[in-house]
Design a protein around this ligand. Sequence first.
Ligand code: GLU
Length: 306
Amino acid sequence: MDLAAVLNDVATAIEPQRGSGKVADYIPALAEVDPNGFGMSVVTVSGECFAVGQADHPFSLQSVTKVMSLTLALEILGDPFWERSGREPSGDPFNSLVQLEHENGIPRNPLINAGALVSTDVLVSRHGRDGAVEAILKFATELADGEPVRIDSRVAASERETGFRNAALANFIRSFGNLHNPPEDVLHVYFHQCALEMSCKGLSRAMLYLANRGRDPVTGRQVVSERRARRINAIMMTCGHYDASGDFAFHVGLPGKSGVGGGIIAIAPGQLSVAVWAPGLSPQGNSLVGTLALEKFTSLTGLSVF
Ligand code: GLU
């Protein structure tokens, strides 16, 4: 399969839609992003890289990092993590509070904000507040294998200034005893994690282990067990796009995770990882053009898991 040609075809196909969707505007650093930005990058399990557009352009990973914090939390707690988080799609917006009350502070899944706060809490218990930020940054940096990774402190500060709903979630979960650390410490880590910045090239490289049974095929590092990689992919498939997860499975057919910075990572198990960035969002907060690009990509390659 000529993946370079496929990516060029994808870029041509999305051109008429470029710039559509609404760029996240809840903080200045995201509102200033060029709505016409578009990049896409693929890394195969044999280590080949292909890219199109602004694949080197760093963007705010936002909720894409929920996969990283989940991975680290599972490595710390193992299966008992699932006593503190469900693994069902929520059918609700990313920052919804309503289910939490009915479900006694146990978030529906780890890829909505409530669940990500629980993952982050596990990291704070293990590493302390500042150590947890370092642990996430170190994990992403090692996986990116030389591609740049940084935390944008301006984004982290704005997340804190505007993060009233996340603060409400953290305090609410804590009231049920499902956060073990002070909410302000957990929020500090969560806001820094959201502010992690990478390019499509870096992101597709970093998440390659999920396409290769948990082992980074380039460095040989077993990042997680095969079983765990399979399960993380299952959660990305069912919960990675909030209340549009079913729609993403329907149109794209790959495990994926989106962020309001306009990035999406998707995994074709046994084959490749693919990252796309286009900042305009759908009403559910997922990259509009990014999703279209991935739909075109799986149509052209036949790489859906279905
Ligand atoms: N910083 C955002 C929040 O927690 C991230 C949401 C997202 O990327 O979907 O509200």
